[in-house]
Design a protein. Structure first.
Length: 131
């Protein structure tokens, strides 16, 4: 209750604060209140549609509801905006949840540039470095 009280106080001061709106969704999800998740998500999207925290939060909601294709699409959108490792990891998790391990591996290998890392290939093939 304390967290929700604090978030609501913050929203009284700054009603459009994206961090506080995201936290409303997260608190509702933690409580298992699907109606509150939907209401909070609607409010977040109305104020901050398309922004990275909004897209990621929508992806998290889709993942929690086992809506894998929707989560993948949202996380791909987020990854196009910010190709960071945390976003790559949630996208890979969505691929794995959707039984697409090949896409998860390719995504992470490309993101981490494993294709050019000789240590990766040495471990995969068991070959020693010739140098």
């Amino acid at each position: 209750e304390g967290a929700l009280y604090t978030i609501n106080k913050a929203l009284q001061i700054s009603p459009d604060e994206i961090g506080a709106l995201v936290m409303l969704v997260e608190i509702a999800a933690f409580r298992g209140d699907a109606a509150a998740v939907d209401a909070s998500m609607k409010r977040l999207q109305a104020k901050h549609a398309g922004q990275l925290p909004t897209v990621l939060t929508a992806g998290h909601v889709a993942m929690s509801r086992r809506q894998w294709p929707q989560a993948i699409a949202l996380y791909q959108r987020a990854f196009e905006r910010e190709s960071s490792t945390p976003v790559a990891l949630v996208l890979a998790h969505a691929y794995l949840s959707n039984n697409q391990p090949d896409k998860a591996l390719l995504l992470l290998a490309d993101h981490l540039d494993l294709w050019s890392d000789p240590l990766f290939w040495q471990e995969e093939t068991g070959e020693e470095d010739a140098s």
